[in-house]
Design a protein around this ligand. Structure first.
Ligand code: SF4
Length: 446
């Protein structure tokens, strides 16, 4: 299991060096965790969110499998799950952002075998970015390049001070890089947002735009970049910021050596959604006529970027993919889970490491309550409590090995701390896939 183990003074403690925190999209892989009696007692270098993730981890005492609330063997659970999925006319698979790429790959395979719909939590966070990338393309880079080169950093609708606490110190503000020997002093940082979040305190400039006017603000910058004359009154009415301040920002953007826009859900989930993201990607593309500029989404959950990558390399699309015709079709709004449930179309579901019963619309939750569904989760949640078949699984990163993707699409291996009595998502899904294939073959012999 663990790949790098140090010898501490206390022999009852095991230290796993360079372990990976999967709590947020930074996926920090430099955490030294100390384990005593199957409890994590220290998580060196983890931020407050990471520490809470490691310290509050406890192996769930529930049985590894429940069928209709009664303890069952994992083999029986797999059999029942495979039957539910193969008997359905419109089965859906949802979640996937808090599990390993290996498990995600198998889940997409099951979706293909059952002619189902595969969707991830991207559809309720950065889904609009996934659509915009397909429409506009992406001028991108790794977080390492930002750390070594990024001298003009714009955070747009994101609040890393609270959501990704080590982003500033590891990548975007503080590190002394190859071309930024003085670290923070060599960088200019800007926040564009509708409210003054904690991130604003760490910035050199703050642009408080009107709510729901990101699209107008981005197109104002695009127009200024191209040298179009704008009406100052209209710009102020549209964005809440004077034209002269936008001009000042654009002048600094053009003067940068390596500019970066890091955008969050304040951009992607407000009015405009995917056209907001298209606007930021188009602005960055425009800026490359003057200097090097890139854009990156600030991804939230640990392996949501892995989910996008795995679903993309298996189907060609990042989320909301329907395979009922034997080939993948992508149509957000039609094949996204909150919609297929709310319209009453899905007649069976498998939810992996996600809790739609806690955060979907009333209509979607009502539908989920009345259809048979399977839930895989290390935790007891409203979704696992309503499921027909529940698998309590090992926590990825802490108990289960595998691969996750950092928010900049860099794959990172996991170094788990100790074994769980529960199977991993990968093991359960592999069992379900095997049974699904057998059932399908028995019904349609060659
Ligand atoms: S920044 Fe994110 S990945 Fe890094 S330690 Fe904190 S919560 Fe974990």
């Amino acid at each position: 299991m663990p790949t790098a183990i140090a010898k501490p003074a206390d022999p009852s403690i095991t230290v796993i060096q360079d372990s990976t925190c999967t709590f947020c999209g930074c996926v920090c892989d430099d955490i030294d965790i100390s384990v005593k009696d199957n409890h994590i007692v220290e998580a060196k270098r983890a931020c407050v969110l990471g520490k809470s993730w490691f310290f509050n981890h406890a192996v769930d005492e529930r049985p590894s499998c429940l069928i209709e609330g009664k303890p069952a063997s994992v083999a029986d659970g797999i059999e029942r799950a495979a039957r539910i999925l193969t008997d359905a006319k419109y089965p859906i698979i949802y979640g996937l952002s808090d599990t390993t790429c290996e498990a995600q790959r198998v889940a997409v395979g099951i979706g293909d075998w059952i002619g189902g719909t595969v969707d991830t939590t991207t559809s309720v966070c950065h889904g609009p970015s996934g659509m915009a990338f397909q429409g506009v393309g992406e001028v991108t880079c790794s977080l390492g390049e930002i750390a070594n080169r990024g001298d003009f950093i714009i955070f747009w609708g994101s609040n890393p001070a609270e959501s990704h606490p080590r982003h500033f110190t590891k990548y975007s503000l503080m590190p002394k890089g190859m071309f930024l020997p003085n670290g923070r002093k060599d960088r200019t940082a800007v926040l564009v947002d509708v409210r003054k979040t904690k991130t604003a305190r760490a910035m050199d400039m703050f642009y408080q735009i009107k709510p729901r006017r990101d699209f107008e603000a981005l197109w104002t910058l695009r127009a200024i970049a191209k040298g179009f004359e704008l009406d100052p009154t209209q710009v102020f009415d549209d964005t809440g910021i004077e034209l002269a301040r936008w001009q000042e920002l654009m002048d600094q953007m053009k003067a940068a050596t390596f500019g970066v826009i890091l955008f969050g859900m304040g951009l992607t989930m407000t009015r405009g959604k995917h056209i907001n993201t298209e606007a930021v990607l188009a602005l960055v593309r425009d800026m490359n006529a003057f200097t090097r500029f890139v854009a990156k989404p600030m991804r939230g959950h640990g392996n949501v970027t892995g989910a996008d990558n795995v679903v993309s390399w298996r189907t060609g699309y990042p989320f909301g993919v329907n395979m009922s015709r034997g080939y993948p079709r992508f149509n957000p709004g039609e094949y996204t889970t909150s919609d297929t449930l709310a319209r009453g179309e899905a007649d069976a579901a498998m939810i992996i490491a996600s809790d739609p019963m806690a955060n979907f619309s009333q209509a979607a939750r009502e539908r989920l309550k009345v259809i048979p569904f399977i839930a895989l989760d290390p935790k007891d949640t409203p979704t696992t409590r309503a499921a027909t078949v529940v698998f309590t699984t090992a926590t990825y990163g802490i108990n289960a090995p595998g691969t996750v993707y950092r928010m900049d699409d860099v794959p990172i291996p996991l170094r788990p701390a100790f074994k769980s009595p529960h199977p991993s998502d990968f093991e359960v899904l592999s069992g379900i896939e095997r049974r699904v294939k057998e059932i399908k073959r028995s019904r349609h012999p060659a």
